[in-house]
Design a protein around this ligand. Structure first.
Ligand SMILES: Cc1cc2nc3c(=O)[nH]c(=O)nc-3n(C[C@H](O)[C@H](O)[C@H](O)COP(=O)(O)OP(=O)(O)OC[C@H]3O[C@@H](n4cnc5c(N)ncnc54)[C@H](O)[C@@H]3O)c2cc1C
Length: 191
C-alpha cells in the first residue's frame, strides 16, 4: 500500500499555520462566531501570512502552492477558527473559477483576493436545488453585450460580506448540467 507522509517543508508549514492560528485566530473565536460579519482586520492578517493566496499563481501575488498545501492551510486555520478556514477555502475557489475566466478579470481580482482586500463567495444552492445542481432554476439570458441574470440563491457562505459572488445560472436550459455557466458578479451592498 502506498504510504503518504508530509515532506519536511509541509510539516514546517503545518506548524507555522498552527502557531499563527493559536496566536491570532483562537483569541476571541467564540465572540466572533456570534457576529454577523468577520473582522476585516483579521482577514487582512490571514492574508498577510499568505493564507489567502495559497493556490493563486505568483504572477497574481499568490504562493502558487499545490492542493496538499491548501489542505494544510485549511486544516490548521480551521483548527483555531472554522470561519477563518472559510476565507482560505473561498479564496482558493475564486482562483479555481477565475482559472477558467478572462485574463483581465484574473489580473484585476486575484491580487486583491490574495491580499485579503476582496472576498468572494459562491452562489450555487437554491431553495429547490442543493445536491442536484443540474436542477437550478437561475437563468442568464444574453441581451446584446450583457446578460440578464435571474436567480434566487440561498446558503451562500459569506454572502453578506463578500465583494463578489460567483453565480451559477443556466444559459442553455435544454442542455441540462452542460447548459450551466458561472457569472462573476460584484456585490452591490453598500459599505
Ligand atoms: C455550512 C454550509 C455552508 C454552505 N455554503 C454554501 C455556499 O457558500 N454556497 C452555496 O451555493 N451553497 C452552500 N451550502 C449549501 C450546500 O451546498 C447544500 O446544502 C448542499 O448542496 C445540499 O443541498 P440541500 O441542503 O438542498 O439538501 P438536498 O440536496 O435536498 O439533500 C437532502 C438530503 O438528501 C440526500 N440526497 C440528495 N440527493 C440524493 C440522491 N440522489 N441520492 C441519495 N441521497 C440524496 C442528501 O445527501 C441529504 O442528506 C452550504 C451548506 C452548508 C451546510
Amino acid at each position: 500500500m502506498a504510504e503518504f507522509l508530509f515532506t519536511e517543508a509541509q510539516n514546517m508549514f503545518c506548524l507555522e499555520v498552527r502557531r499563527f492560528g493559536q496566536k491570532e485566530l483562537l483569541p476571541g473565536v467564540r465572540e466572533r462566531a456570534r457576529q454577523a460579519s468577520y473582522p476585516k482586520e483579521l482577514v487582512k492578517k490571514i492574508a498577510d501570512v499568505g493564507l489567502l493566496g495559497i493556490t493563486i499563481p505568483a504572477q497574481y501575488g499568490g504562493q502558487g502552492a499545490d492542493a496538499i498545501t491548501l489542505g494544510i492551510a485549511m486544516e490548521e486555520s480551521g483548527r483555531a477558527d472554522s470561519d477563518a478556514c472559510l476565507f482560505v477555502i473561498l479564496s482558493a475557489l475564486m482562483n479555481f473559477v477565475l482559472g477558467h475566466g478572462a485574463e483581465e478579470v484574473r489580473q484585476e481580482w486575484l491580487p486583491l483576493i490574495a491580499r485579503g482586500e476582496k472576498v468572494g463567495c459562491l452562489g450555487l444552492t437554491e431553495p429547490e436545488a442543493g445536491s442536484d445542481l443540474a436542477a437550478i432554476q437561475a437563468t442568464a439570458v444574453r441581451d446584446r453585450n450583457s446578460y440578464i441574470l435571474n436567480a434566487d440563491k440561498n446558503s451562500t457562505t459569506l454572502g453578506m460580506q463578500a465583494d463578489v459572488t460567483v453565480v451559477m445560472a443556466k444559459t442553455n436550459p435544454k442542455a441540462g448540467r452542460r447548459g450551466i455557466s458561472l457569472f462573476w458578479f460584484p456585490s452591490i451592498f453598500p459599505e
